[in-house]
Write a protein of this length. Structure first.
Length: 125
């Protein structure tokens, strides 16, 4: 890429799971940490936040668990209602990495353009 992404801007790995209780317990055991909190999340578009799925404004619910990994967050999502990219991913692929997140600051548009030119599908928020 012409515009390098700063590795210090790496902030998250998102994993979609069928059973968040089981996944959170396994991650806690693997990392030797207490069972992380699981909370309900709701995604809905507003004037401040555009949430769309396949070009349509939608409302979706998720169970969410964040595990602090020091320099980044491991984020578990279990879709529990409404259409979303998370539900589509789970239906198509099963458990797996849905996305990775980077903070890119003022280079955002330039980096997105380069990734699209290289054939990546982009969803920005």
């Amino acid at each position: 890429m012409k515009t390098p992404i700063n590795k210090n801007g790496f902030i998250q790995i998102n994993i979609v799971v069928k059973d968040i209780e089981k996944a959170a317990r396994k991650w806690a055991d693997l990392l030797g940490i207490p069972m992380p909190e699981i909370r309900k999340g709701h995604l809905e578009g507003s004037k401040d936040y555009k949430y769309e799925y396949r070009g349509e404004a939608v409302s979706a619910d998720l169970l969410v668990c964040n595990i602090d990994m020091g320099g980044f967050v491991l984020e578990l999502h279990q879709p529990v209602g409404g259409p979303s990219s998370f539900q589509e991913f789970l239906d198509t692929h099963g458990n797996g990495v849905h996305h990775i997140g980077f903070e890119v600051g003022d280079k955002r548009d330039e980096i997105i353009s380069e990734l699209i030119e290289e054939g990546y599908q982009m969803r920005t928020v």
